[in-house]
Design a protein around this ligand. Sequence first.
Ligand code: SF4
Length: 322
Amino acid sequence: MHWKELKAELLAVGSAHLTGEPADEYIARSAAGPGAGGAGSVFFAVGTHRVKFGLNPKSSIEIIHRGGGIADVYYGEHLISGKLLQPGCHCPDQAFITVTGSCIFKCRYCPVPLQGGKRKTIDEIMKMVESVRHRVSAISLTSGVLSSIDEEEDYVLDVVKHLRFFDLPLGVSIYPTDQTPDRLKKLGVTEVKFNLEAATPELFATMCPGLNYDQIWRALDRSVQLFGRGRVFSNVLVGLGETDEDLENCIRKLTAHGVIPVLRPLNPVAGMTGSLRPSADRLNRVFSMHERALAEAKLDARGALTMCTNCAGCDLVPGKDE
Ligand code: SF4
């Protein structure tokens, strides 16, 4: 089976049961992203391709760790040999850090807690990056919202100022205000990701009460002016109840504006428990739309230096997953 089709099947399951030799050094434990707050996740690579699995002892996929990172994935009748990747912070090759692990907003699909999640101090963040500096090529930041959108942005900007010390490409994904793109650009940030989350404004209003779809669009458009085409990204979830047509319209609008979409399979947690992850067939259809739209807009996802399009653990990425 071709890697792209195989990865779609693996992403449709999304989790794996890890057995074999101890594999602690390969397990990423995250406060954000798919699998946040769970038993952790692992990155499995075959050559330059990779996929991330949330760890779940009940999963139909088994990964047997043979030692030293060498691993076999058993999925149905498939046996896939590859290796486990050591995460930097959160994902391989990057120090990807969640600044604030709680959020005053309650997006339905998001497992980040309302309260009780810790905000990392700047000193902690600097030490985290320092500890993986020798094996990462970029730093990425995301964050919940501790007390207000403005206060969070000020804090993240302060973190960014300190992280410039490392002289690495820096990606930032936070909920934006109208000033966010200019402020991040001024500090030397390389790439930004502002997430539309849902394919339509109607779905967004249901999924993300209190947040503003139009504001995200304004931030995306301003970011393309400042950072350039292909340096601006936006997550759109697949599986919130949108149609393929909704998704195609959203993908095409993003690429026409110079933004690279990140098409993220829904992980049915938090308020979406009971929903289903999108099927492999649907992920393949969405990949085809995504691939066509990027090609027509002359955008190349392979140029991403930071964040999810560079990582490619959780999604199918045209150009990378071929
Ligand atoms: S694709 Fe994004 S959310 Fe998934 S592991 Fe990579 S950086 Fe994290």
